[in-house]
Design a protein around this ligand. Structure first.
Ligand SMILES: [Zn+2]
Ligand SMILES: [Zn+2]
Length: 383
């Protein structure tokens, strides 16, 4: 005997609401209850039929499967690909509902719903990444930066529902509002995003003109961001809640600002320290004196150069390096001295240097040492 249509069994239309289905079931169950129908032997079978129909139609997942595949949805072997199968009615309503309860306990969380009550899936908005290039001076001093973030925001026109004013979004008929459908694949029941509503759980009959029904509009946002002193390339600044708007009431994502510090023409950074090559006139290097060096804060400072200093000598200026992002001590500034050989000498300067040469003993700190090394090198070669 062919199975009767479940809607027909309960005496409701296919568009009946959850409440209408429940009401119809209660009335039928009361009417056909075996306790009250001792004189009607056929009532027991009808009672079972009503329970079986209600077991399916009360569950949005099963109802959706039934709507799509009819009784085939619950037959052994199940429908074809894209179908749905789990412990549905198998002639014994009590067994069926016990089985489906177990199923929901096992898979309810995984499937993203509990007992079929969850209508729309709230989803957290996406995180956004914003790349910000700053100068070394800005990394040193910190700055306030206005950034424009492209992105989407809740459509104010429809309050994010996607439905044109006055019309309400309706529960998606394919997934009954779950946003997901279950499908049998081999031994596994898998879930996938509902193709009809793209996971929103609702569909809009009359889409909002401002957002085209998506509930979100493209909106650039302007944020005032505080870039703290001491940032370096790779520093991430997290602005909680400034990412993409959430879906269906979900929380927004976060905005991450990725810092890149541009190379500087004078200073090289090494962690908290700064390095800088400073040219020193030959006479200052020989006689000693002072040089003026620039600082990253825009100021300058005078530094003592000891007499007889050589190229490559490093001077350390304590705490004149980069600030520490977490507070505390600054790094150091290292000056690498480069003694300059004078060029474009006037005749008078040449004369003085020749005089200097003739007057001198050996003033070089390295050359005598170097030539003695060369001598012993050749001696070693020739035996
Ligand atoms: Zn809208
Ligand atoms: Zn859907």
């Amino acid at each position: 005997m062919a199975k009767r249509d479940y809607y027909e069994v309960l005496g409701v239309s296919r568009n009946a609401t959850e409440a209408e289905i429940k009401k119809a079931y209660r009335a039928k169950a009361k009417e056909l209850h075996p306790d009250r129908n001792a004189d009607r032997p056929e009532a027991e079978a009808l009672f079972k039929e009503v329970n079986e129909a209600y077991d399916v139609l009360k569950d949005p997942q099963k109802k959706a499967a039934y709507d799509q595949f009819g009784h085939a949805a619950f037959e052994a072997g199940g429908p074809g690909a894209g179908g749905f199968r789990h412990g549905g009615p198998q002639g014994d309503a009590d067994f069926a509902s016990a089985f489906s309860d177990v199923f929901d306990d096992l898979f309810g969380d995984f499937m993203g719903h509990r007992g079929g009550r969850r209508r729309t899936a709230a989803r957290r908005g996406s995180d956004l990444r914003y790349n910000l290039r700053v100068t070394l001076e800005e990394a040193y001093a910190g700055k306030r930066q206005t950034i424009t973030v492209p992105g989407s925001a809740k459509c104010e026109s429809c309050d994010g529902t996607g439905a044109e004013d006055g019309s309400a979004p309706v529960t998606c008929p394919t997934c009954s509002g779950m946003g997901k459908v279950r499908a049998q694949q081999g031994f596994f029941t898998i879930e996938r995003t509902c193709p009809t509503c793209s996971g929103r759980g609702q569909v809009v009959k009359n889409p909002c003109r401002a957002c085209g029904g998506s509930g979100r509009v493209h909106r650039e946002r302007t944020l005032n961001v505080n870039i703290p002193p001491g940032v370096e390339t790779g520093t991430r600044i997290r602005l909680a809640g400034e990412g993409e708007a959430g879906v269906n009431g979900g929380p927004p994502g976060d905005l991450y600002i990725f810092i890149e510090v541009a190379p500087h023409p004078i200073f090289e950074r090494e962690g908290p320290d700064l390095h800088c090559r400073v040219p020193v006139p030959m006479t200052t290097a020989a006689l000693g004196g002072e040089i003026e060096v620039p600082l990253l804060d825009g100021g300058r400072t005078r530094v003592k150069v000891p007499a007889g200093v050589q190229s490559g000598k490093q001077l350390r200026l304590r705490e004149k390096g980069m600030p520490n992002l977490r507070g505390g001590r600054h790094g150091d500034l290292y000056l690498e001295l480069q003694v300059e050989t004078p060029v474009n000498l006037t005749p008078r300067q040449k004369e003085l240097l020749r005089e200097f040469e003739a007057a001198g003993k050996d003033n070089s700190p390295h050359s005598s040492n170097f030539f003695s090394k060369v001598k012993s090198f050749w001696e070693g070669m020739t035996g």
